[in-house]
Design a protein around this ligand. Structure first.
Ligand code: TYD
Length: 137
């Protein structure tokens, strides 16, 4: 039995520094996000009909930001589902370990930036929904 509740995931408001020639958001380790970042990756050139995600992680924390455009993220903890629409570069969705996620409805030019607590490790993924249901029940 693995305890990860969707209520542990939340929107974090990120700092926005406004200048006359555009805005800046700067994320400093442990200051703006509640984990140490060991990897940054981003999804781009995403077809509108694409379904991304479709997995859970065992120990990975992530902060997901729509740095450009918009997309939806649906979270599932084995019981509850919550859908977020991300469309602000100064808002990040914190996803704790043990939460299933699906990303879709990407706008044209949408870019999904992810800060992650660990380096890439395929053995941290649960990619089958039945395996996930067993993991959380
Ligand atoms: P995956 O995490 O399944 O993508 P998404 O959740 O965005 O749909 O990763 C897609 C592919 O990219 C998969 O073959 C693993 C590879 N990958 C890396 O090599 N390094 C990484 O940091 C990530 C996130 C993925």
């Amino acid at each position: 039995m693995h305890e990860s509740k969707i209520s542990g995931c939340k929107i974090i408001n990120l700092p926005r520094i406004q200048t006359e020639s555009g805005d800046i958001t700067s994320l400093n380790n442990l200051e703006n996000i509640p984990f140490e970042t060991h990897r940054v990756y981003y999804l781009y050139d995403i077809p509108n009909r694409a379904d991304r995600g479709g997995h859970a992680h065992k120990k990975l924390f992530q902060l997901v930001v729509a740095v450009s455009g918009s997309f939806d993220i649906e979270l599932f903890d084995g019981k509850e589902k919550v859908k977020y629409t991300l469309n602000q570069p100064d808002q990040g969705l914190l996803i704790i370990p043990g939460i299933w996620r699906n990303l879709n409805n990407f706008s044209g030019g949408g870019i999904c930036l992810v800060l992650a607590s660990h380096e890439y490790d395929e053995s941290d993924y649960i990619r089958e929904i039945e395996e996930y249901r067993n993991y959380v029940s």
